[in-house]
Design a protein around this ligand. Structure first.
Ligand SMILES: Nc1nc2c(ncn2[C@@H]2O[C@H](COP(=O)(O)OP(=O)(O)OP(=O)(O)O)[C@@H](O)[C@H]2O)c(=O)[nH]1
Length: 254
């Protein structure tokens, strides 16, 4: 059974900061947000985790393998180098949506996202190192079948973007509400989904649903591992099998 450790990363009091003492230049905010994401991705990635930029002011990380000291070090390092600070909530559950809900609850209980007095809170619990298992994480790596031939080389770049985003929007809602999974667009035509113990039938059903709803064709490779990196890497290999064999769903362990 999976045990996903999820960390909610929330920039403290960011909304007010973006307009104090007057609205800050948008390009500077975009640069800050993307650099902060890159730094957090490197920190978490070097420890086997994944972080997804989601809304940039709130990021979601899969942190199996990181303990509370690692989380505190991330806060200290960002606080030393950026004009903003981070609050972190961390929780574990077989159901990734529940883990995220609990992690979010920890941060919300510590104070509002726009509370001047809530800074660098670190709340929650991590998986004990002794309890880590090879099937703690299940990751599905989806991509659009022949996105290059179907969209990139055919439509203007914005119309391609609309098609890809439609596929993402439909998949993310379906996986959230029908399969307790968290989906993240990671660039190009790729979507990484953090799942509980789903079966090949579940993935086939999801692909069929997106095809019917928005006419976007997906394929998926699925992997398991002790960390997000291990599971995600196995998923990428399984996706290569889809590409080689023309199949729509490949589970790395079957
Ligand atoms: N984040 C991420 N992006 C990827 C990955 N592989 C490909 N991409 C992105 O996806 C885009 C399309 O590449 P592919 O998915 O290989 O191309 P395709 O035309 O859909 O071909 P098939 O997937 O073989 O059907 C690339 O330009 C990259 O931006 C990956 O592993 N991770």
């Amino acid at each position: 059974m999976t045990t996903t450790q999820v960390t909610l990363v929330q920039i403290d009091n960011y909304g007010p900061w973006t307009v104090t003492p007057e609205p800050r230049r948008e390009a500077d905010l975009q640069t800050l947000q993307s650099r902060l994401y890159a730094d957090i991705s490197q920190f978490v990635g070097n420890r086997g985790g994944y972080v997804f930029f989601t809304r940039f002011d709130n990021m979601i990380a899969i942190t199996n393998g990181l303990d509370l000291e690692d989380h505190a070090l991330l806060q200290e390092s960002v606080g030393n180098r950026y004009p903003v600070t981070l609050s972190l909530g961390v929780s574990t559950n077989a159901n990734p949506v529940q883990a995220l809900a609990d992690a979010t609850g920890h941060v919300q209980d510590a104070g509002s996202a726009q509370d001047k007095n809530r800074r660098e809170c670190l709340e929650g619990r991590v998986i004990d190192g002794d309890e880590r298992r090879e099937d703690d994480i299940q990751i599905a790596h989806f991509d659009v079948v022949n996105a290059t031939g179907q969209y990139t080389d055919e439509l203007n770049a914005f119309d391609t973007f609309i098609e890809i985003e439609q596929g993402y929007a439909e998949l993310m809602r379906h996986m959230r509400y029908s399969h307790d999974s968290l989906s993240f667009f990671v660039g190009g035509d790729n979507i990484i989904v953090v799942c509980p113990d789903l079966t090949a039938d579940d993935y086939e059903e999801a692909i069929y649903h997106v095809q019917e709803a928005v006419d976007v064709d997906l394929q998926v490779g699925v992997g398991r591992g002790t960390s997000a990196h291990d599971a995600g890497f196995a998923a990428k290999h399984a996706l290569e099998t889809c590409r080689a064999d023309g199949t729509r769903v490949e589970l790395e362990w079957e």
